[in-house]
Design a protein around this ligand. Structure first.
Ligand code: HEC
Length: 189
């Protein structure tokens, strides 16, 4: 028996069997304590803190899915990005867009897009889509009837609709006074 083993030998004997005091290795204990710390943090974060429950995650995903399905339901695809971009660089069409905006949209979204009944159109936050020309076009065409945003495709000619969408899109980043607080999800450029 080595010296170390003699030191660790416990002071009892059962039928000739003696016991060494052999502590658990440090790495093992460290792992064990780490799991306890992890469990406490986990419970704190997911049960009492900001962690999303599985139910919340499901609800978020379902909302995203429904939004996608709503947009996919559209029969005819709207104009593409390039068509709408061409309007943005055409002052005559932008003037039409501005006139339509003032006449039809400003009552709910504010003259400068600052928002009132409808959401602020100048910030980076969007309830529907990502604020791109194509996304705004889809939304303005179909509207959100249950939230009070009219569908404009029956009320505006396609060219007018394109123009007002291009104008509404140009309000982004305007930073008007009295801006309505952000709604929806921030879209990072
Ligand atoms: C009667 C009020 C009203 C009018 C008029 C109106 N809107 Fe809206 N608009 C809303 C409301 C309310 C919402 C928010 C819908 C929601 O919460 O889902 C909205 C949402 C939007 C959005 C999406 C904003 C986002 O954060 O996703 C855009 C873009 C938009 N409107 C553009 C227009 C344009 C362009 C016009 C004019 C052609 C217009 N709106 C006219 C009430 C209006």
């Amino acid at each position: 028996m080595s010296k170390k083993e003699t030191d660790e030998l416990l002071n009892h004997e059962y039928d000739g069997i003696r016991e060494l005091d052999n502590p658990l290795p440090g790495w093992w204990l460290a792992t064990f304590y780490a799991t306890i710390v992890f469990a406490v943090l986990y419970v704190g974060y997911y049960h009492f803190g900001p962690g999303l429950s599985l139910k919340d995650e499901l609800a978020n995903d379902m909302a995203k899915l429904e939004e996608r399905q709503r947009l996919a339901k559209k029969a005819s695809p709207g104009p593409d990005e390039a068509t709408l971009l061409a309007i943005v660089s055409d002052p005559a069409q932008m003037a039409i867009g501005k006139a339509e905006y003032i006449g039809k949209c400003a009552s709910c979204h504010g003259i400068l897009g600052e928002g009132s009944i409808g959401p602020n159109l100048t910030d980076k936050f969007w309830i529907h889509g990502d604020g791109s020309l194509v996304a705004i076009h889809q939304l303005v065409e179909e509207g959100v009837a249950e939230k009070g945003m009219p569908p404009w495709k029956a009320m505006l000619k396609p060219a007018e609709l394109n123009a007002v969408v291009a104008f509404a899109h140009s309000l982004k980043g305007a930073n008007p006074p009295n801006a309505k607080p952000p709604q929806g999800v921030e879209v990072k450029q």
